[in-house]
Design a protein around this ligand. Structure first.
Ligand code: A3P
Length: 369
């Protein structure tokens, strides 16, 4: 019994079918064991979610909860089995059995790392590449918790995450966090030690990419040049084009401002800046930096990539979901329209001082033209 008790105490939770032997175990380690009636196990497991804390306190408290819970038994049959699975129990018809190895119990966690931006800099590529790592699990689509759904609370957020095993990293990417003013404070409130990944790219190409995406949805959109530059009349009557910094595709390329906001909350060491350009020309190099930053074993290497010359981008030889070579979807790596070189030069001049500021704040010179 002593040995059994010692073993039990290594586990956070045990659930047994009701028989005499298990009742003894329950007495032996009341803080770690729960007995369930074989007639009503499912609902009991479900109720554990809400009662777990108080039920853990002591044996008397536990019995009290147990009997009060019995009233609810039949209401929750369908959900409780799923919940039991989440806790790592399998149902064999009569009782719940704990999976043997504790590290084989998948649970949902809040993210350990976030890809917070920047839109159109290669955030999807980064996430898909990271997914090649067996110790990384990521939410499939953008969750938008820290910008749109914060009011739903952390439990809602956690539920959007994939179940992870012990030692695996939970991740999510929502590029709009980068420019959401309240996001640094909210992310810090979730976890001050969270790791932040930011992909950046030449802001001129980024703006064109952003525009190309909008134009693909709205073919009637005016030309890029007409949106990025506005006409202004100077003293002697000439018409000059100046950059419209209020147009979102242009504004988003001023990286120094959001960076300053994030650095007010998080030390520089918590933030990794990834070069969007290098992610295309040398994905293995950039992914080695990322794995190092996340404290992961170096698994993603050049062996995972091949360059698809038709697409003009690195693609994957295989991934968790697809065993054959494939590229990112059609919406990544679009052909950009021709842009007047004069407009490009204007934008370059416009961004130059902001880029310098960004290099200074980040401690990295990205050498954008
Ligand atoms: P374009 O489609 O304009 O070329 P995001 O995922 O943040 O929206 O960024 C999209 C950009 O990721 C693409 O912009 C593309 O340049 C870049 N990218 C980087 N690596 C890529 C890859 N392996 N395949 C496709 N696009 C990639």
């Amino acid at each position: 019994m002593t040995k059994m008790r010692a073993q039990l105490q290594n586990f956070p939770l045990f659930i047994f079918g009701a028989n005499q032997r298990n009742v003894k175990l329950l007495r032996a380690a009341p803080r770690y064991c729960f007995r369930i009636s074989s007639r009503s196990p499912l609902s009991f497991v479900f109720e554990l979610r809400t009662r777990l804390r108080s039920a853990f306190t002591d044996a008397d408290q536990f019995s009290f909860n147990y009997f009060s819970l019995k009233h609810h038994v039949s209401n929750y049959k369908s959900v409780s089995r799923r919940f039991a699975a989440l806790l790592g129990y399998s149902f064999n018809g009569h009782t719940y059995m704990r999976l043997h190895k504790p590290n084989l119990v998948p649970t949902k966690k809040l993210p350990d790392a976030l890809i917070i931006g920047v839109k159109k800099c290669g955030t999807r590529a980064l996430l898909e590449f990271l997914r090649l790592h067996p110790d990384v699990r990521a939410a499939g689509s953008e969750v938008h918790f820290f910008d749109k759904f914060y009011h739903k609370g952390f439990e809602w957020y956690r539920d959007k995450m994939p179940p992870t095993l012990e030692g695996q990293i939970t991740m999510e990417k929502t590029p709009s966090y980068w420019v959401t003013r309240s996001a640094p404070r909210r992310v810090y409130a979730m976890n001050p030690s969270v790791k932040l990944l930011v992909v950046v790219r030449d802001p001129v190409t980024r703006a064109i990419s952003d525009y190309t995406q909008s134009a693909s949805k709205r073919p009637s959109l005016p030309r890029f040049e007409d949106l990025a530059l506005v006409n202004s009349t100077v003293n002697w009557g000439g018409v000059w084009s100046i950059v419209d910094s209020s147009w979102p595709p242009v504004r988003l390329g001023i990286y120094a401002r959001p960076l300053r906001r994030w650095l007010r909350r998080f030390p520089r060491s918590r933030l990794l800046l990834i070069s969007g350009e290098r992610l295309v020309v040398d994905p293995a190099f950039e992914m080695a930096r990322v794995q190092d930053f996340l404290g992961l074993k170096l698994v993603i290497t050049e062996k995972h990539f091949y360059f698809n010359s038709t697409k003009g981008f690195p693609c994957l030889l295989k991934s968790e979901s697809r065993p054959t070579p494939h590229c990112l979807g059609k919406t990544k790596g679009r052909n950009h329209p021709y842009i007047d070189p004069v407009a490009i030069e204007r934008l370059r001049e416009f961004y130059r001082p902001y880029n310098e500021k960004f290099y200074e704040l980040s401690g990295t010179n990205f050498e954008w033209p």
